[in-house]
Ligand binder design. Structure first.
Ligand SMILES: Nc1ncnc2c1ncn2[C@@H]1O[C@H](COP(=O)(O)OP(=O)(O)OP(=O)(O)O)[C@@H](O)[C@H]1O
Ligand SMILES: [Mg+2]
Length: 338
């Protein structure tokens, strides 16, 4: 059974699309960052998987909420409710009352003081002796297994759901970065847009995401003619309809958002100090975050940047593993606690 280990530390990766709770040794919970609220009584009707399943299928009383956008909190009240429910699922009540020793939460590197404040507010509902934020790209680097404390520069690209962050890490800090609010969600919206314009077909966000996960590809030379049957609604006739879309076609659709991501890598390499750039020439690009699973990333980046490219095989869990790793020795990682 899942439960929090005895020294009561908890790491939260509050992601735009997925929230993971971890202690210093293992992942305790991994759920979509969604909730459904019953508007009649303002109660939470579902959280996580159940809420995601209900997305775009609820009736008028049940309101589905995605409380993060662009990787940051857009609805503070809903985040509080969602976290409360998720933490209570992995927590033992007596510990809950006594609180945590360390409570750490990831936060994108490029966040405003107001966005950080919203996160601290959501964490304040839990009793904890030491509450800190950790910049997600640093946590991701640790989760991948990189040594962030040494002076050798490392380039980490975290392509999540709401935000892409590109950072050059050295001596536990960030020497250069680019951050754009373009990631998996923007790709799903691009797919919806394309289906609407090209085929007069309205498809749900979940369908668009599924299509991207199944046949999404970002590099034409590796795209196949594999097909995905998309079901949606004909916008002219108003009736259910379906269409086959090939991987080659989808590669073309994903080009615009993906090019923006690639441009941000170019920009961070341009502003990177020369000594660190020479390190990166050796160590290459480390790609993580759920959207790193898109087909063709490795081939495309290798060709365009002429650097070694390492795609994280556990791209959905790097940030949470990294924050969990910090929990195992908070004193060692003091420099990265915010
Ligand atoms: N196999 C896959 N192929 C392509 N994209 C995928 C795949 N699996 C997941 N994704 C995408 O990864 C994204 C979620 O990744 P992740 O969990 O790293 O994001 P997050 O941490 O919740 O968001 P953020 O880091 O922006 O706050 C979603 O957009 C999802 O569609
Ligand atoms: Mg993330």
């Amino acid at each position: 059974m899942w439960g929090i280990s005895s020294n009561r530390n908890l790491a939260i990766d509050l992601g735009n699309n997925n929230t993971l709770l971890t202690d210093q040794s293992s992942i305790l919970l991994s759920q979509p960052s969604f909730l459904v609220v019953d508007e009649e009584n303002n109660r939470v009707a579902a959280v996580g998987d159940k809420a995601y399943e209900m997305l775009e299928k609820t009736h008028s009383n049940l309101k589905p909420i995605k409380p993060l956008k662009g990787g940051v909190i857009s609805d503070g009240d809903s985040v509080k409710k969602m976290l409360k429910e998720m933490v209570s699922r992995v927590n033992n009540h007596s510990w809950f009352d006594r609180g945590f020793n360390y409570l750490l939460s990831g936060v994108p590197y490029d966040t405003t003081p107001v966005e950080k404040r919203a996160l601290r507010d959501a964490l304040d509902q839990f009793t904890s002796r030491n509450t800190f934020l950790v910049h997600e790209p640093l946590a991701a680097a640790l989760g991948i297994g990189l040594n962030i404390q040494e002076p050798e520069g490392k380039l980490v690209v975290d392509i999540g759901g709401g935000i892409t962050e590109v950072v050059v890490i050295s001596l536990s800090g960030i020497a250069a970065f680019q951050s754009i609010r373009v990631a998996g969600d923007a790709m799903d919206e691009e797919i919806q847009d394309y289906m609407r314009k090209e085929y007069n077909m309205s498809v749900g966000l979940k369908t668009a995401e599924m299509m991207k996960k199944k046949i999404g590809c970002v590099y034409a030379p590796v795209a196949t003619d594999e097909k995905f049957v998309v079901k949606g609604k004909d916008l002219i006739e108003g009736i259910p309809t379906s269409r086959q879309i090939s991987q080659q076609e989808l590669t073309h659709v994903l080009e615009r958002p993906f090019k923006q991501i690639e441009d941000s890598i170019h920009q961070s390499l341009q502003v990177c100090p020369p000594e660190l750039a020479s390190d990166i020439y050796q160590s290459g690009i480390h790609v993580t975050g759920g959207s790193a699973m898109l087909k063709g990333i490795k081939e495309r980046f290798s060709k365009n940047f002429k650097l070694p490219v390492k795609v994280d095989p556990a791209a959905l869990t790097s940030v949470s593993k990294g924050i969990g790793h910090i929990l195992s020795n908070p004193a060692k990682y003091r420099a990265v606690l915010v």
